[in-house]
Design a binder for this molecule. Sequence first.
Ligand SMILES: NC(=O)C1=CN([C@@H]2O[C@H](COP(=O)(O)OP(=O)(O)OC[C@H]3O[C@@H](n4cnc5c(N)ncnc54)[C@H](OP(=O)(O)O)[C@@H]3O)[C@@H](O)[C@H]2O)C=CC1
Ligand SMILES: CCCCCCCCCCCCCCCC(=O)[C@@H](N)CO
Length: 337
Amino acid sequence: MVDLSFLALLLLLPLALLFLILYVIVRPCPVNIPIKNRHVFITGGSSGIGLALAHQAATEGARVSILARSLDKLEEAKNYIQLSTGIDVSIFAADVRDYDAVSKAVEEAGPIDLLIVNQGVFVAEELEKQGLDEVRFMVDVNLIGSFNMIKAALPEMKKGEDRGPRSIALMSSQAGQVGIYGYTAYSASKFGLRGLGEALQQEVISHDIHVSLVFPPDTDTPGFAEENKRRPPLTGIIAESSGAMKAEDVAKRALDGIKSASFIVRCNFEGLLLSIATAGMSPQRSFVMAFLEVVAGGLVRLVALCFQWSWDLRFVVLGIALGLQLSVVGYFGPSSL
Ligand SMILES: NC(=O)C1=CN([C@@H]2O[C@H](COP(=O)(O)OP(=O)(O)OC[C@H]3O[C@@H](n4cnc5c(N)ncnc54)[C@H](OP(=O)(O)O)[C@@H]3O)[C@@H](O)[C@H]2O)C=CC1
Ligand SMILES: CCCCCCCCCCCCCCCC(=O)[C@@H](N)CO
């Protein structure tokens, strides 16, 4: 009879060794970014997730500035936050696509401790049907607009070393972790933020500035209600693989992740699976998460392939229903016909 405790030891020893190695090599060290009495600047802070973030930050005692295009919506948001928290909010009407306007707003707002680049636009449609003007719109607002904000705020943020750790957070989407039918332009803009964030983190870490990327699922917001009016059915079916959330819950998860300087901020259980499946070369501060990524990586890839399989099945079923022979060719290969 084999000694069971010997077998257990044989299994546990490599795991313990792996844990130890990760404990030593997983860097940078965890850090807490306080927000009480600090300046939090949120773009797209007049609606949806941005508004919920502004409200949450004010509740936690931060000085809050919000930026968006419509002055009316900004004033409405300011009144709402002031009424419910008693905290004054600074508002800036500017389009993130306009670098000069954004620079002026940043200058007027004063030194920023936490910059949350959250503005975003989304129109779901198949690329073949979508006009290039709409493609450009999403890339300009979501990606180039984020460059504009960061370029405008970075020089002053870098000088703030005496104020303690600072943060630059980017609002991506789970559609920035996996490409989704109907989201060619949107996913491209959100995947772009990841490259921006990974590279930027290396450039600013020596200044004690910490980059976070937030990946929410479908979230109940005015923008989402608008999107839903004309979202292709397949986009909806696939997006529903991840549970929808309320803006307040996303804001809470996002702010907690940002305060703990997590590079990848996930919002729900599917987000945890996605973050493991797409860990890639992203920075990781938590050796426990790193351990999960290493040990569960293969299994999560299997789960990802099962999801892909079930999505493909839906394409086929919908393809047959619509009499589109092509989708069957794509799924089974030409030889099966
Ligand atoms: N809701 C969802 O299902 C999900 C959303 N996200 C992301 O979260 C972020 C917020 O989304 P959500 O709250 O739903 O969106 P909303 O449409 O509800 O709010 C968008 C905000 O961005 C502002 N904004 C839009 N365009 C510009 C611009 N060019 N310049 C400055 N501000 C702008 C809007 O104000 P104004 O129009 O006045 O400029 C508004 O304050 C986006 O980046 C989105 O991609 C990610 C995953 C899921
Ligand atoms: C490894 C296994 C992973 C399993 C889970 C996969 C789930 C993927 C779902 C993606 C959902 C995308 C929602 C986009 C929301 C959004 O950004 C728009 N509403 C626009 O705002």
